[in-house]
Design a protein around this ligand. Structure first.
Ligand code: NAD
Length: 638
């Protein structure tokens, strides 16, 4: 291929980008060629390490080649772009997770797609001319190719600064911000590459590294942290506008050229990603939500038109007044359901799945679809695509590497525990995804541990839709080892897993979350009913609240008013969704936990009483929990 030279020299797999006139911009074919080479060399004993470099002085790689993306997108064909980004992100993950050293030499510009191949390896080398930047917001994208991982991990608020301004980092700044590892003068690179080829030993790199010049970003850190601390783009812009620091002015000039929607989503993405359970795959999966929608619903095509095609540098951005509504950000970053970015997974695990009801059924089917060997059992006569059915819970659990349970309550969970623990192998993992009381979760975990079994309580949120789409959130309690063993399965069944602490911590988190959910749903419904009585149009009410301080998940993502906001059970005659009786179950669990821990929860108590009345005597049984709105609508104060 003319644009890339792939070969094996000595002990090294060599990848050289050979498009210097186009600043080595990455095409889809170049991505695929790198991907294939890396997969071949992974199992090849003749290759000890991989070296990536590029011809020309100006750039290692100035980004992805966007010409084809624009040409297809402008005709309304968004599929080409989606496949390009999907496969590019899979390559980024392959480089990041590569079992052998990957050494990259980053002269001149390394931007956008270049960061995705150059900045995820184990040894990232910069020299005098290196300039690393994420200018995606200037073309209506967000920083992608996994760069949000480094941005989220960069010290303080550097991530927000670098992501929204596209500031170009010199070599020392790139090392400081976590995009590079070693500074080596460019004149020494050729000799070093020869030594790497001959020895296959990446450890020699450290001996050649020298101290880089001082990092400007490090000196500016305190100012940047103060300027970019806001919770949203709006907050950050307010702070910048009010500041008389020279940096604020410079930042405002850079940001003034960028898409407000892109910048708002960048800030939100970094805030969502930051935290202990961050992985590159999570960063890529979240970025893909944006890029998947970028042509159809974002500013990407307009950005390319203005910067690259017509070059008028006068893009007509969405939300050009920069007051980007929170709901617009949520829409770009909401899960993609069946189009969620996936990666190759470890397959072939033996899984026992007990409890194949509304939730368990699609969760087990997703595990089977991902290539695992799943044996299922349910008291009821059910069948699930891809599963072998067992005659009892004990039979499903025997010989399994991992057993998953998805059962109605704590009493049944304890009974199933008595049945399966004696048949499970020591060292196997039991993941209980049911929502149960904290005491039962802790009791079965103790019992499992005594038998040498690793236990995780991992209740979920996301409902039946999330179970089917594989986008659940798991809240997990158990040891680090147990959580690590269960994590690959969480990635298949869901999009997020938070390790909350020891056994019972997952249930505690779930109960607290759902107490907030029950209370806010009631508050949202009663506010709509009040608005009705005041003659306020429901759509106007939504438009105001969803972008004001009263916003919440129940308003913005699951609006209880039919025909208003995103589609929700309210638009389907309040068919669940999440049934009112399940909400009541969770609220009761919260009150049981509050009682046993002596916590004062007056709102939780009131919500429990209201849902009890609704389910038991007001026809709420079998309705979605948002059907509280028609209930309030019918009532007066008395
Ligand atoms: P479900 O009633 O549809 O499924 C439970 C299944 O367990 C049933 O098929 C039942 O036959 C089976 N079962 C009962 N006892 C059994 C036993 N001894 N051995 C084997 N199977 C047995 O309930 P669901 O909606 O799938 O919910 C399961 C759990 O997930 C509950 O704890 C619920 O609170 C929680 N949850 C549900 C949702 C939701 O939206 N449905 C959302 C989050 C969490």
């Amino acid at each position: 291929m003319p644009d890339i030279d792939i070969r094996v020299t000595g002990r090294a797999g060599r990848i050289t980008l050979t498009r210097p006139k186009a600043l080595n911009a990455m095409t889809y074919d170049m991505c695929m060629a790198i991907d294939a080479a890396l997969r071949n060399w992974r199992e090849d004993d003749a290759v000890d390490l991989v070296i990536m470099d590029a011809e020309g002085d100006k750039a290692f790689c100035a980004g992805g080649d966007i010409a084809d993306l624009y040409a297809t997108g402008i005709k309304g064909d968004f599929e080409y772009g989606r496949i390009f980004w999907r496969d590019e992100y899979r390559l980024n993950a392959l480089i990041f997770e590569y079992p052998k050293p990957v050494v990259s030499f980053l002269q001149g510009f390394t931007m956008g797609g270049g960061v995705g191949i150059g900045c995820h390896g184990s040894h990232r080398i910069v020299g005098e001319t290196s300039k690393i930047a994420l200018p995606e917001c200037s073309i209506g994208l967000i920083p992608d190719v996994g760069s949000t991982l480094m941005l989220a991990l960069a010290p303080g608020r550097l991530g927000e600064y670098l992501g929204t301004t596209g500031h170009r980092m010199g070599p020392s700044d790139a090392i400081f911000a976590g995009f590079a590892d070693h500074y080596i003068p460019i004149a020494d690179w050729a000799a070093l590459i020869e030594m790497l080829e001959a020895s296959g030993n990446a450890k020699i790199i450290e001996k050649h590294a020298t101290t880089p010049p001082e990092s400007t970003l490090e000196q500016q850190q305190t100012v940047i942290d103060a300027l970019f601390a806001g919770e949203s783009l709006g907050d950050i812009l307010n702070t910048l506008t009010r500041s008389d620091d020279a940096m604020a002015n410079e930042a405002l000039t850079l940001m003034g050229r960028n898409s407000p929607l892109s910048m708002a989503c960048t800030v939100e993405a970094l805030h969502r990603l930051r935290g202990p359970s961050l992985t590159l795959r999570k960063a890529l999966e979240l970025e893909y939500r944006y890029t998947y929608r970028a042509m159809e619903h974002g500013d990407f095509l307009e950005g390319i038109r203005a910067q690259i095609i017509e070059k008028d540098r006068n893009p007509r951005w969405l939300h050009a007044d920069q007051a980007v509504p929170a709901v617009a950000v949520s829409k770009m970053l909401q899960p993609l359901g069946k189009n969620t970015l996936t990666f190759e997974e470890t397959t072939g695990m033996k899984i026992g799945f007990i409890g194949l009801g509304n939730m368990g059924n699609p969760m087990a089917a997703n595990l089977a679809k991902a290539g695992h060997e799943v044996t299922g059992f349910d008291m009821a006569d059910v069948s699930v695509a891809g599963l072998t059915m067992a005659g009892s819970g004990a039979e499903a659990a025997a010989n399994a590497d991992i057993v998953i349970t998805m059962l109605p309550n704590g009493k049944i969970l304890r009974a199933v525990g008595d049945e399966i623990i004696p048949t499970m192998q020591p060292g196997a993992v039991w993941v209980d995804c049911s929502t149960v009381d904290v005491d039962s979760a802790r009791a079965v975990a103790d019992q499992a541990k005594e038998a040498g079994i690793l236990a995780v309580d991992a209740p979920v949120s996301g409902g039946i839709g999330g179970a089917a789409a594989g986008t659940l959130t798991f809240m997990a309690g158990g040891s680090d080892t147990a959580f690590a063993k269960a994590a690959p399965l969480f990635d298949i069944m869901g999009q997020k897993a938070v390790h909350c602490g020891d056994s019972g911590a997952g249930q505690a988190a779930k109960i607290c979350n759902n107490m907030i959910l029950g209370v806010t749903m009631i508050a949202t419904c009663e506010a709509f009913a009040l608005a009705d009585k005041l003659g306020l149009d429901r759509q106007k009410m939504f438009d105001v609240v969803s972008t004001s301080s009263g916003y919440s998940w129940t308003m913005n993502a699951y609006c209880p008013a039919p025909g208003v906001g995103p589609e929700s059970p309210a638009d389907n005659n309040y068919q669940p969704g999440f049934a009112a009786e399940l909400m009541l179950k969770d609220l009761r669990l919260s009150q049981q936990a509050a009682e046993s821990s002596d916590a004062d929860t007056p709102m939780g108590q009131a919500a429990t009483a209201l849902y009890e009345q609704f389910v038991e005597s007001e026809g709420g049984l079998g309705m979605d929990f948002s059907a509280m709105l028609p209930r309030f609508e019918k009532r007066g104060r008395g």
